[in-house]
Design a protein around this ligand. Structure first.
Ligand SMILES: Cc1ncc(COP(=O)(O)O)c(C=O)c1O
Length: 481
């Protein structure tokens, strides 16, 4: 039995009785003030303790053993760390019972995926990834000018291995799978993954990112490390950012055949894990109680939310990870922006316009999330008078951002209250272009790339949110200067 589950969800009293954010800190032996004192400049402590349920971080913090090891090692930071994290590799090799030449470690799963893109993609070839899925590997491949073939998930939001197999050809050098998948949380089971890998030619590398392995609630699932053990051409990517709660420390590793590891190492710069973080990672490996507690909390928080979604009439994608997706039956970007106004940060995107991706947080965070979501959705208009979005013309704001502009045209079938806001990608309100009753007919709103104070804003992605009568339209747009 991997973990116990609270069957049929948990009631409010039990829920409140479980740990809260402050208790979570106390649990790891730190208090808020102490954390505030060590918080890095610029990243306000308040921000860290809002409902930041958008990055799939560990809500209870790092293992106290890891935190203590990091603090203790601070006094040795006059010394360089191991060149290639050899001491962590030795600990991992012992844990997996594999030789040290099968491991490489570095600055998070992110560095591992970057090294995979550098090592296993080739000019003129192609790599294949599911979509939507974790974007690090394909974006890096695209950055290096490689061809990426994106293969849609199946109708249950699972990775479609058959469709991926159909796209393999003589130019395919690598396939990258995230299991459980991010953002959907869906899982490929052992058997189907093994058959898929076995059927491929040995010169195709299968990168399997198991960032969320520990959260899998399927007793029969074993890590893809077994495929590595059995000699398959697989690179397993792992991170300390999730279940170990060390996202800010930046530690990840990969396990594969030694030829792949040496090929990846050719591209690695030395010492990408600092000395304190190496110590923290080694200590985290020894703290199974912290891992169990983290996994249990995520399971409880999923059960709590899913039970409430049932009552709210919302469907969700059953998740085997520390996050989940819920269908809000309306424009999810808009709901996300309303949650943000209430200091609850979730994510949207991936072409799934009605879904929020929500990380499991502390009980307090999840209670606030469910409460506010319910409130937002139940106060949304059900049968609005439709407005027609005529066109959104986006002009390049170059060379002078003041000479060019974004024009958003709408047609109103009747006079109605209309508001148009521009947000940046962090959900901050940049400018309000309209706010009042507009008459029947066509209206054009112009944004010339400035904030409400009249200063030009940076090149990048922005959102506009148009609320007119009972309609809401949120769209992403790119401002290029
Ligand atoms: C699937 C997956 N892989 C890799 C990463 C990168 O993790 P890190 O670079 O923090 O180790 C993440 C982070 O969210 C992830 O979701």
């Amino acid at each position: 039995m991997k973990k116990s589950r609270i069957s049929g969800g948990i009631n409010r009293r039990e829920f409140i009785g479980t740990i809260t954010g402050a208790a979570a800190l106390a649990l790891i032996g730190l208090d808020r003030r102490a954390v505030a004192n060590v918080a890095a400049g610029g990243d306000s402590i308040a921000r860290d303790f809002m409902a930041r349920i958008c990055f799939n971080e560990n809500p209870i913090g790092p293992s106290p053993e890891a935190a203590n090891a990091i603090i203790a090692a601070a006094y040795l930071t006059n010394r360089y760390p191991d060149w290639f994290g050899e001491s962590l590799i030795a600990a991992l090799a012992a844990r997996y019972n594999l030789s040290t030449d099968r491991f490489i470690c570095g600055s998070g799963g992110t560095e591992m995926l970057r090294l995979c893109a550098m090592t296993f993609s080739q000019p003129g070839g192609n790599v294949i990834v599911p979509n939507p899925s974790y974007t690090q590997f394909p974006s890096d491949c695209e950055l290096f000018g490689r061809t990426v073939r994106y293969v849609s998930l199946d109708q249950d939001y699972r990775i479609n291995l058959q469709a991926i197999a159909n796209r393999v050809d003589g130019g395919t050098t690598a396939i990258c799978l995230t299991n459980p998948n991010n953002p959907t949380g869906t899982l490929l089971d052992d058997g189907e993954l093994t058959s898929f890998v076995q059927a491929l030619d040995d010169d195709i590398v299968v990168i399997i990112d198991e960032a969320y392995l520990e959260y899998i609630d399927d007793e029969n699932y074993t890590s893809a490390v077994e495929l590595v053990r059995n000699g398959r051409n697989v690179v397993l990517v792992k991170t300390f950012s999730k279940v170990y709660g060390l996202a800010g420390a930046r530690i990840g590793y990969a396990v594969s055949r030694s030829s792949n590891i040496s090929a990846m190492r050719q591209y690695q710069i030395i010492s990408t894990i600092s000395k304190p973080c190496l110590e923290g990672a080694k200590a985290a490996l020894t703290d199974q109680a912290h891992v169990d507690q983290t996994v249990q909390l995520a399971a409880d928080m999923k059960a709590y939310c899913f039970q409430h979604f049932g009552q709210m009439g919302l469907s969700y994608i059953p998740s085997q990870a520390s996050f989940f997706m819920v269908n809000v039956n309306t424009d999810a970007d808009y709901v996300r922006s309303l949650l943000e106004e209430r200091q609850i940060f979730v994510r949207t995107g991936w072409g799934m316009s009605q879904y929020l991706r929500v990380s499991t947080g502390t009980p307090n965070e999840m209670e606030r999330f469910v409460y506010e979501l319910d409130h937002i959705l139940s106060s949304m208009p059900k049968n609005g008078v439709p407005i027609e979005l005529k066109s959104t013309a986006l002009f390049q704001a170059s060379p002078n951002p003041f000479n060019s502009s974004t024009v958003i045209r709408i047609y109103l079938p009747q006079p109605q209250e209309t508001r148009l806001d521009i947000y940046d990608i962090n959900g901050r309100l940049i400018n309000r272009l309209a706010d009042g009753i507009l008459g029947t007919g066509e209206h054009a709103f112009i944004w010339n790339g400035v904030n409400s104070g009249g200063s030009p804003v940076a090149t990048g992605a922005y959102f506009y949110r148009l609320i007119s009568g009972e309609n809401v339209i949120t769209r992403k747009m790119l401002l290029i200067k």
